[in-house]
Design a protein around this ligand. Sequence first.
Ligand SMILES: [Zn+2]
Length: 266
Amino acid sequence: MKPFTGLIDSHFHSQAMVDKAMDVGECLTRFFAGGGELALDMAVHVRDGSAREELSERFPGVYIAAGIHPSEAGKVGGDDWILLRKQLSHPKALILGEIGLDWYRGRDNEGAQRELFRRQLSLAQELAKPVSIHNREADKELLEDLAAEAWKGPGIFHCFSSDLTLARKGLDLGFYLSFAGNVTYPSSSALREVARWAPADRLLVETDSPYLSPQGFRGQPNQPLNASITAATIAQLRGESLEEFLQQTRSNFRTLVGWAVTGLEQ
Ligand SMILES: [Zn+2]
């Protein structure tokens, strides 16, 4: 018998796992055999679209996102936009992402990052797709750009690592807060507070595999089944059973994407 059911990993990177010489097929088989129901393979750029589409065609529970990460800012050409639209029309493409702003390595390409971000926000609204947002040290500019595009949601704040102020504003704008392995670290007490406080109907979990392994697995490449460790930590913080928490996050994810997608079994 499976130890639990209904686990959803709302954010993993199959091709970064391949780059780390991981056997993605084996990791996904382990995920589905262990109680995983759906895993969303997140894009960083458009170049690996066909490999990710093939993976989603091989595993019924693997869905994909298509989008361009801020690390690609300044390198995006006209053909990339054509490819992005095509990838978003794939029947298993649920989300536009990941997109966002990242000041971690400096702000010298701030203009290019914001232009790329805003153009994709606008595309998401045109195509009625939710977005998955990456944000590193850019809370203020993120909110400015969402306001400038008159963002109406819904979407995901992926690997939520900010404070209650951004969490509140994000919820107002229709975002779900997706927590990753860093919420399990003993040093993350402020983040754990946000996870304890967040409204039940706006919570998601993710791994960001192969990155951000949860406590106990740090230093090893991450994989989708480890979303259960993050889920168990948050359930415990909130005084809920793991089963209850997984049913809630499963229903949240389906609500988030359901309106944008036809053919997703309920
Ligand atoms: Zn990611």
